[in-house]
Every structure is written in structure tokens, then in C-alpha cells.
Design a protein around this ligand. Structure first.
Ligand SMILES: Cc1cc2nc3c(=O)[nH]c(=O)nc-3n(C[C@H](O)[C@H](O)[C@H](O)COP(=O)(O)OP(=O)(O)OC[C@H]3O[C@@H](n4cnc5c(N)ncnc54)[C@H](O)[C@@H]3O)c2cc1C
Length: 804
């Protein structure tokens, strides 16, 4: 084995091999792959090799398409067959709700450029004659589905990479990793050591162990998975064409042709984890004992829905383990605080996703940016709260729900409640219906007295619609109270803090006692954050952002810290707060503080240290609702007392609790964008309408050159506000936007504006069309007229928020 390499990829399953290929293809040919045994000796060798482009996240769906289209390329590059069978697939629905789900997936595919089609039961039966029509109501046809040979694919990646100069060491186990001061790694193996600038953990079933080499506990768990292969079936033999790939959601089974019979797999309702704490190093090319009883229920449904299967004997049963992250999507990217350590693991659909994962990671390593919107796969979407127990509960839940509908307003129950603020029980007593965000419980809305705190899951307006409307109206006419623990908050301090922030963020930093809104750009000028910055004086700043992006932002901040002069600290455990918003919010504040809160003394975007009731607090005059409003932050142990004081002071002013759903409605009425919806690392500030917060008069900040070019050329697309002629279902995000019979854009978020009585969506459309008035938004299979509005629907001048 050589002693030096630029990258050591650990693991020769389909994912490691794909990473190796993509690195070599990107020009990093001084790369090696280290595999404990033969290639494919983890999950890869016994996979069913099925592939498709369905994914709840559109960006992952697009990378799945890339993966499938890549097979021809690696076959040509390597001369190794992947046995690509693109059969097409039918996804069968047995209920109207499932049809809604398929219509949403089909519509989303349209703006991704994927060609899917909703078809009738008759059409589905023509394509897949084994089905009994009486059990189904319709289907989604996807031409880009099929299967490949898992070993062939892995060998093809490895061979193509080797042809570009990469090396593969088999039967070599990595036993430890030591970090050098310069950020590079000593890779210890049972065949000697290798020094590499970067390491990639693509260790699949052993990803946890390879994480533990460096003190990392990755949120990954393997589950047992079973499929069976039938004996020869006359219907299959007689078929002129290869049988399609099929998913029967009601039976929770997938199927495809295997030889002269069928392969049938299922995700059990009571899935069984494998090697819960440690993966044995001597597990190689092994299968687990099959347990047909566990899948008997699904098979019975399968036999009913596809009667020919019952007549076919079982030839072979495969039970093998493969890994999942808590939400079922891969974990990829660099690890915060561990320079040059990268992960590409928890890939549960290696043959749909392996190519996209390899491409993304290679882009990220060689160019500093993944090149796509990979938020749904970024390892930073989990924090240290994603413990082993959390992971186990969530992975089991996710596995058991693999083929269930996840409704847009559905909050899944496993591993909850986990993180709670001190007022959790008080909010519960007020009827709060909770959601979990970054592991933290937060109120979505409040059920009125006498009604159950429970939301019916649906694609349409739910039982929350009325109560959320009442919360919105209270904010617009009196005063609302919202817990804001889901915001992230950081303290940046030290003599270099101001200069550092000035370089990191695109806007000019506020003077003492002031707040400012500041986007953060990457070198390509794309949005990687949108923050509120407060200057607390004495070289101390508070930065507020989106809570779900805490690890993502800390990873970026810390990677850009100078050696000395700037300290950064998350205040997640130290500060908690509430927003009060509405015309009476100043009156609430006035009752609780000796500070002058008049508009002249405490203007919009002011930031003060004061006492609220008995609590020492930081107060900013800002609100995401578009009303006069204040955000109040206190020490964690003072939060309950602050809550009581606010309730007391607001009692005779009509104070009402509001939750995240109402906040969403209120901000849509103001056309305010949100992190992870309108603001993501694929959009520029100009596209997102944030260029007024990018101060090009500053001589230097990250992304400035790209921002200048963007302003000069003008953005390619623009964020617009649409008012939809909706029925009983509002847009929720990811719907295609049509113009003159063509799909031209997509919705980023939507909902009902209760105080303007309109159904609203924010959407990206090509800049050339952004001045057009008439669009359509496809909701649940229907194209609904949508009018662009040039101004926010509520208080376009901003007078209520700024002026009063
Ligand atoms: C029964 C079954 C059916 C499946 N069907 C499908 C399907 O139809 N479609 C689909 O897309 N996916 C399917 N999968 C999932 C698929 O198998 C996985 O997504 C994929 O194999 C994951 O690949 P990987 O490279 O991440 O991990 P693995 O295949 O586990 O590879 C990891 C490799 O790393 C090596 N390694 C680990 N630690 C070290 C170390 N310290 N030093 C050196 N080497 C090390 C291991 O030996 C192993 O070869 C199925 C899985 C199962 C179990």
C-alpha cells in the first residue's frame, strides 16, 4: 500500500466506490479506496438493486435521476456491465388520499423535468397484468424505474475510477484515524499506515464504528430487510416484455421481475434493528435468518392484490441489514469541527442515490460547494441532540412508515417529546399542538378550550384552519405571544468580532443598540444564511437565525474563525425568549419595564438591555409578523417568570398565544421569505429579493464578487408572490408554477392569509416572466389560476411594523 494520498475513502460498497469515481472524474486522481474485505461486503451485495426517482425532497429526487442516468456512463467508462433494466414503474394507489400523494409527487416531478404521469387503474393493469384492479383507484407511472446488478455497479465505479488513476486496496481494514495538527489524517490499517489529506467515511454498516474512531456518534442504525424471490411464474414467462417495477402502497410491498419469477420485498410495520450498538467486524457476505412470519401480513395482502403470486412457490428468501438516518435520507458532508473528515453514509437506497451522493461529495471536496441543494442530505441537519436512543426510535418509525403517506401537516410521534423549554407544560395547558424542530418541541397552534389539541392530517385545510385564523387576527388587531426558542442565537465577541462579522455577512453591521438584517453568502454568491444581527456594545454581538440550521451555520462560522480575536458561542441553552406582536404589544412592554418604549426612544430595529418584570432581558424591536413587535430574550431559568409577566400584562389587552402556523400565514401576507424555503444555498440574494440587504459599498465580504456580477447581469429567476384561486387546499411548497401551458417555476411555500382572506404562495419564476400577471399553480392535480401581486398583500408600505 502506498504511504500518501490526497483522499482515503473508507468502504468499498456502492457509495464508497461512487465517491472514488466522482473524485477521480473531478481530477483528484491521487485517491484511494480502502475495503476491509471484497468490494460490496456490507449491505451492497445482497441488495435487490431496485431504483426509482421518488423522494419526498425534490432535490434528492433529482439526484436520484442523475444516479440512474449515470449507469450507462460508468458502463462505457469501465467496460463492466451494470445489468441496467429500465422497465418503468407503476406506483399503485388504493385510496383517494394515496392518489393525492401521487398527484403531488407527479406535479413536483414536472418542475424537476422528470416525466411522470397519473394513469387510470385500467391503464395500470394493462402495464402490469398481475394486479387485481378491484383493489386500486389509480396509479403513477414513472418511466425511469428499474433495477441494476449491485455488484456490477460497484465494480463499474471502481474500475472506472482505477482507469482514471485511483487505487483500490481490498482486504485492508482501517483500524484507527489520527488527526495531525495541519488537518490531515494518519489512516491506520491492518496492512500498514497511510497519510491522507482527507478521509471519507463511506463505511455503510460500519459507519458508526468509523465515526467512533474520531469520537463521533453518527445517527445511523441498521434494520433487517427481507425480500423473497418466487419460482418460475407462467404469467412472467408468457409476458412479451419484462415486468415493471411496482410499488403497492396499501400492501406496503415492492416488486420486480427476477429471472422467470418475481422479487417481492416489504418494509415491516414492526421492523427489527440489527446490531443496535456495535457492528461486528467479522460480518462479511452474510445473510440473516429469514423470518417469514414478520412479513406474512404484507404477503397476504400481496397475494390478494396480485393473485398469481400465491400460486408461485418461494425459491429464495433474503434477509439482510442496511442503514438509515432518523429521517431516511443520507448523511453527507463535512463534520463540524473535524477538518477534512467527510461522511457519505446512511444511504438507504444506494442504487437510486449512490451516484448523486458521490457527485455531491466530490463537488464539495474539490470545489468547496456541493453544487446542488443538499440540505435534505447534509449531515448538519442533525445536532448533538440526535442521540442513539433518538436515532433508534426515529429509524424504526421511519422504516415502518416507508410506504405510508406523510401528510404535509403531519408531525410524527416517535422520540417525542425530547427537548422542551421550561414553559412546555404551560403551553400545553393552553391547548398547544406541538411540532418538533431540531429535536425541540414548539407550538404549532392552539386548540380552543373544549376542543382536543390534535390536528387531523390532510392535504387540504385541516381543523387547525379556524383556530390559526383567530390567532392571526389577534396579532393584527391586539397582541399575540409566540415562543421563539426555535430561532438560533449565537454570541460573537472579542476585539475582532466586528471585522469578522463584516467579512462573513453581506450587510453592514449595526451600530451599538441596533439590529440589522444580514444575509450570508458563499463564494458563489448563494444564500447560506439570513440573520438578524444585534450590536450589544463592547465588541459583543448577538446573531439570530434559523434553529434548524444551527450545526450548518456553526460549521461554516467555525471553519472561518481567525486564530485569535473572535469567539463564537451558541446560546441555545442560555437564552430563551418570546415575541410579542400586534398594535398593543408596546403597551404590554410598557407595563413591564421602566425603559422608555415610545417610538422615538425605541425605534424600529432598536436593541436594548433592560428589565422586563423582574427579569434582566435583551429586547429587539422587530417582528416577522409585519406588525409592531418585540423579541425578548432572557436567561433560560427566567423564562417561566417572563412568560407569567407577559400573560399578566397582556390579559386586559387581548393577548393571545399564537404558534408557528399563524406566523407562517402572517409572514406570507407580508411576502417575507423563510430559511430553508425561499432562502437556500441555490438562490442568490438578488433572486430572493434580498439584494437590498447586500451592501456592495463594503470593500470585502464573502460572496461579494459573485454578488456584484449577479447585480450587473441581473438574476435568472425571481421570487414572486402569487394569490391563488384555491379550493379547499392551499399550496404548501414544491408545486409547479405554469405559465401559458408550460411549467416555468415552483412554489417554495404557501398557505392561507387569514387577514387578507387569500390563498398565497411564494414562488420562483424566470426573471423574464417575473413581471407577468397570470400564472397557474398545480395543487392536487388541478391547475389553479394564480395572480402575481407586485406588493405584499398586507401593509405594503411597512408602516405598521416600522412607523408606529
Ligand atoms: C435486503 C436488502 C435489499 C435492498 N434492496 C435495495 C434496492 O432494491 N435498491 C436500493 O437502492 N437499495 C437497496 N438496499 C440498500 C442498499 O443495499 C444500500 O443502500 C447500499 O448497499 C449502501 O451501500 P454503502 O456503500 O453505503 O454501504 P455497504 O454496502 O455497507 O458498504 C460499506 C463497506 O465499507 C467496508 N468497511 C466498513 N468499515 C471499514 C473499515 N474500517 N475499513 C475498510 N473497509 C470498511 C465494508 O466492508 C463494506 O464493504 C437493500 C438492502 C438490503 C439489505
Amino acid at each position: 500500500m502506498r504511504s500518501e494520498a490526497r483522499v482515503a475513502v473508507i468502504g468499498g460498497g456502492v457509495v464508497g466506490a461512487s465517491v472514488l469515481y466522482h473524485l477521480a472524474k473531478a481530477g483528484w486522481t491521487d485517491v484511494v479506496l480502502i475495503e476491509r474485505d471484497e468490494l460490496t461486503s456490507g449491505s451492497t451485495w445482497h441488495a435487490a438493486g431496485g431504483m426509482h426517482t421518488l423522494n419526498g425532497d425534490p432535490n434528492v429526487a433529482k439526484l436520484q435521476e442523475y444516479t440512474i442516468r449515470l449507469y450507462r456512463e460508468i458502463e462505457q467508462a469501465s467496460g463492466q456491465s451494470c445489468s441496467v433494466h429500465i422497465t418503468g414503474g407503476v406506483n399503485l394507489a388504493g385510496t383517494p388520499e394515496r392518489m393525492d400523494f401521487l398527484k403531488v409527487a407527479c406535479a413536483r416531478a414536472r418542475y424537476l423535468g422528470l416525466d411522470m404521469e397519473i394513469i387510470s387503474v385500467d391503464e395500470a393493469a394493462r402495464l402490469f397484468p398481475l394486479m387485481d384492479k378491484q383493489y386500486f383507484v389509480g396509479a403513477l407511472y414513472n418511466p425511469l424505474e428499474g433495477h441494476v446488478d449491485p455488484a456490477g455497479v460497484t465494480q463499474a465505479y471502481a474500475k472506472a475510477a482505477r482507469d482514471l488513476g485511483a487505487e483500490v486496496y481490498r482486504f485492508t481494514r482501517v483500524t484507527a484515524l489520527d488527526h495531525r495538527a495541519d488537518g490531515s489524517w494518519d489512516v491506520r490499517t491492518d496492512k500498514g499506515d497511510l497519510h491522507a489529506e482527507h478521509v471519507v467515511n463511506a463505511a455503510g454498516l460500519w459507519a458508526r464504528e468509523v465515526g467512533r474512531f474520531v469520537g463521533l456518534e453518527l445517527p445511523v442504525l441498521a434494520m433487517e430487510h427481507q425480500y423473497l424471490v418466487t419460482g418460475e411464474m407462467p404469467e412472467v414467462v408468457a409476458s412479451a416484455k419484462e415486468m415493471l417495477h411496482v410499488i403497492d402502497f396499501e400492501g406496503e410491498i415492492y416488486m420486480r421481475q427476477e429471472g422467470r419469477g418475481m422479487l417481492i420485498g416489504t418494509y415491516e410495520k414492526h421492523g427489527v434493528p440489527w446490531s443496535e450498538r456495535d457492528t461486528p467486524w467479522d460480518f462479511t457476505h452474510e445473510l440473516l435468518a429469514p423470518d417469514l412470519d414478520r412479513i406474512a401480513g404484507s404477503l397476504e395482502v400481496g397475494f390478494r392484490h396480485f393473485p398469481a403470486l400465491e400460486r408461485a412457490g418461494i425459491k429464495r428468501i433474503v434477509n439482510g441489514p442496511f442503514t438509515f438516518a432518523p429521517d431516511g435520507n443520507p448523511l453527507i458532508g463535512p463534520i463540524r469541527g473535524l477538518r477534512n473528515y467527510w461522511v457519505a453514509c446512511a444511504v438507504m437506497a444506494g442504487f437510486s442515490q449512490g451516484g448523486g451522493v458521490g457527485l455531491t461529495l466530490a463537488n464539495w471536496m474539490t470545489g468547496g460547494d456541493p453544487g446542488f441543494d443538499v440540505w435534505a442530505m447534509d449531515v448538519a441537519r442533525f445536532g448533538d441532540w440526535a442521540t442513539m436512543a433518538y436515532t433508534h426510535a426515529k429509524v424504526r418509525e421511519n422504516y415502518s412508515r416507508r410506504f405510508r403517506i406523510r401528510f404535509p401537516n403531519e408531525e410524527l410521534p416517535a422520540a417525542r417529546p425530547m427537548r422542551m423549554t421550561p414553559v412546555y407544560d404551560r403551553l400545553q395547558a393552553q391547548g398547544a399542538v406541538f411540532g418538533a424542530s431540531f429535536g425541540l418541541e414548539h407550538a404549532l397552534w392552539f386548540a380552543p378550550p373544549g376542543t382536543p389539541p390534535h390536528e387531523d392530517v390532510t392535504y387540504r385545510r385541516s381543523n387547525a384552519h379556524g383556530p390559526v385564523g383567530a390567532e392571526c387576527r389577534a396579532v393584527r388587531t391586539a397582541v399575540g405571544l409566540l415562543e421563539i426558542a426555535t430561532f438560533s442565537r449565537y454570541e460573537i465577541s472579542g476585539p475582532g468580532a466586528a471585522d469578522w462579522l463584516d467579512r462573513m455577512l453581506a450587510n453592514r453591521m449595526p451600530r451599538e443598540g441596533r439590529l440589522t438584517l444580514a444575509p450570508m453568502l458563499n463564494d458563489q454568491g448563494r444564500l447560506i444564511g439570513d440573520f438578524t444581527v444585534a450590536n450589544a456594545g463592547g465588541s459583543r454581538y448577538f446573531v439570530f437565525g434559523s434553529g434548524i440550521a444551527e450545526q450548518y451555520h456553526l460549521r461554516w462560522f467555525e471553519a472561518h474563525l481567525p486564530e485569535a480575536g473572535v469567539a463564537i458561542r451558541s446560546l441555545r441553552d442560555d437564552l430563551l425568549g418570546f415575541a410579542i406582536a400586534g398594535p398593543a404589544s408596546r403597551e404590554v412592554l410598557r407595563k413591564l419595564t421602566s425603559m422608555d418604549v415610545s417610538p422615538s426612544a425605541f425605534p424600529f430595529l432598536g436593541f436594548r438591555r433592560t428589565h422586563i418584570g423582574q427579569q434582566e432581558a435583551w429586547v429587539g424591536r422587530i417582528s416577522f409578523t409585519g406588525e409592531l413587535g418585540f423579541e425578548i430574550w432572557v436567561a433560560t431559568d427566567a423564562q417561566r417568570a417572563l412568560y407569567d409577566a407577559l400573560l399578566d400584562a397582556g390579559a386586559d389587552l387581548g393577548l393571545k398565544h399564537f404558534g408557528a402556523r399563524a406566523l407562517n400565514s402572517l409572514r406570507l401576507e407580508k411576502s417575507f421569505g423563510n430559511w430553508a424555503r425561499e432562502y437556500r444555498p441555490v438562490y442568490t440574494a438578488a433572486e430572493a429579493g434580498l439584494d437590498r440587504f447586500v451592501d456592495l459599498s463594503k470593500p470585502e465580504f464573502i460572496g461579494r464578487t459573485a454578488a456584484v456580477a449577479d447585480r450587473e447581469h441581473g438574476p435568472l429567476r425571481r421570487l414572486v408572490t402569487l394569490v391563488i384561486d384555491a379550493g379547499d387546499a392551499d399550496a404548501m411548497g414544491d408545486e409547479p408554477v405554469w405559465h401559458e401551458d408550460k411549467v416555468v417555476g415552483w412554489v417554495t411555500s404557501g398557505g392561507f392569509g387569514h387577514c387578507v382572506n387569500r390563498s398565497i404562495a411564494l414562488a420562483y419564476v424566470p426573471a423574464l416572466l417575473a413581471a407577468q400577471a397570470d400564472f397557474e399553480v398545480e395543487i392536487l392535480g388541478e391547475r389553479r389560476p394564480a395572480k402575481r401581486v407586485a406588493q405584499p398583500l398586507y401593509d405594503p408600505s411597512g408602516q405598521r411594523m416600522r412607523g408606529s
